[in-house]
Design a protein around this ligand. Structure first.
Ligand code: SF4
Length: 534
């Protein structure tokens, strides 16, 4: 609930300052932004830049770094206390917290601590407030739905002048009279109008283990790489992905997929190259160059090669991968591509995921990439309650048809709130409300994005994940043998044998007695594959 000062502002019908003593100078209106477990945060750094450009005194606190393989290590009550103390130290009039579903509880604890010590207005933004604004308003004073650049600046400008803040598009605000729900603004049509994210060390700190240190972007990049966006939105609407729900929320609010101009992209990259230790760029666009605009691709490749000339990686989609495009991007420096498969079962993909690519398109995409001399990885969703072993066998069969070697990222299917797939699984009682991410917080428990072999999986998923990895590498096992392993009763009960073998494969194969070990392992594997159940 808003404090008395905020309520005065909201309940006033005036459009002039309600209190002559209020801060009316944006430079005196301190704002603290909080990014949880994301020191790169393209979005929070962009908000920082937008607020600083508008003249506000803004500080960003990056609370805790992610662990290896994108894991979130739980924080102690003392760390939360320390974060709140640091926020208060900057004497903010407004605190903005970026909240993902897994962080709902954490953001709630932080907000409660702030509100015990400060009259600051606490605004939540990000994907969770966008999809569950009512729930978030049980804790925060206001939430920002969708794109926040315009809304947060307008909020800061109005609040700093003591004007009403109840009519700002994208904002829902809690008042004593109830929740004020403003419409969504149209999507920002021209992405070039958005300031570049603020990468400088100025007013940015990392808080880790109850210590605070300046946030140096070179150090961030050395740990997490350089993430970069040339666009917003995705042309697809997969049911397990945020785009599926955002596209619905933004219906009739302008073009969902938008692309920055090449010059705007190159200018930002040029700035980064000149100011930071840049070695490789990871384009984080949902699907790179997804609008198939060859004028854009030609211009990008030409200017990127001339001005930036660094290796880069990006995401493709089998529906939009084109031989000519891949050749141009390879020539410009593309070294690695990731794309989603998620399941080798077309039934699962088409009926439940609303991914309408065919297995033939996936095979064609992998061949185009591999034949261009580019390495690639593909994503598979594990722990999918809709999949049966016959579906998993289709995935294995598909992977065996792709050119080797490649990387398989076996992610855990996470049930984000309100997503179409989550609602479908809930309706069919295949999951419960406790499995939904704001309650389950699986991101804290599990190596959700773990691309490596994961011993914490259940036996079924552990076995299939091992087999998928086996299918992606050149090994002494034939494809037929790998398929036979999927029928092994021994491995179904003890998949950890296969997991350990794959984990220690590089070490084993470097041993002098490798030939003897290999023939022993081969005999064991043969035995396993003979124990066929079905
Ligand atoms: S293609 Fe990828 S980014 Fe686009 S909606 Fe599907 S999962 Fe999301």
């Amino acid at each position: 609930m808003l404090n008395q000062e905020n309520i005065d502002v909201l309940s006033s019908a005036k459009t002039m300052p309600v209190n002559a003593n209020k801060q009316n100078d944006s430079a005196k209106f301190n704002i603290v932004l909080v990014s949880l477990y994301n020191t790169e945060s393209y979005s929070v750094r962009t908000l920082h830049a937008a607020l600083a450009k508008a003249g506000f005194n803004v500080t960003t606190l990056f609370f805790k770094e992610r662990g290896p393989n994108n894991t979130y290590n739980k924080c102690s009550p003392r760390e939360i206390e320390f974060l709140a103390e640091q926020i208060i130290h900057f004497d903010p009039a407004m605190v903005g917290i970026s909240v993902m579903s897994a962080f709902f509880e954490l953001a709630s604890e932080i907000t409660k601590k702030i509100k015990m010590q400060s009259p600051a207005l606490v605004l939540w933004g990000g994907i969770h407030p966008t999809i569950r604004p009512d729930q978030c308003l049980s804790v925060a004073d206001a939430v920002c739905l969708g794109e926040g650049e315009k809304a947060i600046v307008e909020l800061a400008e109005k609040a700093s002048r003591g004007y009403k803040i109840d009519d700002i598009k994208n904002l829902w605000v809690k008042t004593e009279q109830g929740i004020l729900k403003n419409d969504l603004n149209s999507l920002i049509p021209n992405l070039d109008s958005i300031p570049f994210p603020d990468y400088s060390v100025n007013n940015k700190y990392i808080i880790e283990d109850s210590g605070i240190t300046p946030c140096d972007y070179d150090q961030v990049m050395s740990k997490f790489g350089m993430n970069f966006m040339t666009s917003r939105g995705c042309p697809f609407s997969c049911t397990y992905c945020v785009n599926g729900i955002l596209r619905k929320i933004y219906k009739n609010k302008g073009s969902y997929v938008r692309q920055r101009s090449v010059d705007n992209v190159i200018n930002e990259l040029d700035y980064l190259k000149k100011n930071f230790n840049l070695a490789h760029i990871r384009f984080e666009d949902d699907v790179f160059a997804c609008n198939f605009n060859f004028d854009w691709i030609d211009e990008f490749c030409e200017k990127y090669k001339k001005m930036i000339n660094l290796p880069f990686s990006c995401y493709f989609h089998p529906k939009t991968t084109d031989e000519r495009m891949v050749k141009l991007l390879k020539d410009a420096g593309l070294t690695h591509v990731s794309f989603g498969i998620q399941s080798g079962s077309e039934k699962i993909r088409h009926s439940y995921f609303k991914r309408f690519d065919t297995n033939q398109e996936i095979i064609k995409t992998a061949n185009i990439i591999a034949q261009s001399g580019i390495s690639y990885s593909c994503d598979i969703l594990m722990e999918n309650p809709l999949e049966k072993n016959e579906d998993r066998r289709e995935t294995l069969s598909l992977l065996l048809q792709l050119p080797k070697p490649f990387f398989v990222n076996t992610h855990t299917l996470t049930h984000f709130p309100e997503y179409e797939l989550t609602n479908c699984l809930l309706a069919n009682k295949l999951i419960s409300e406790d499995d939904v991410e704001d309650v389950r917080k699986e991101s804290f428990e599990h190596n959700r994005w773990n691309p490596y072999l994961d011993a914490s999986r259940d036996p079924t998923n552990m076995l299939w994940s091992c087999l998928y990895h086996l299918a992606s590498k050149k090994s002494f096992l034939s494809d037929k043998k790998i398929v036979q392993l999927s029928h092994s009763r021994i491995l179904r009960r003890f998949p950890v044998f296969l997991l350990l073998l794959l984990k220690y494969w590089p070490a084993l194969s470097s041993l002098k007695s490798w030939t003897g070990i290999k023939s022993f392992l081969y005999r064991v594997i043969k035995k396993c594959s003979q124990k066929i159940k079905c």
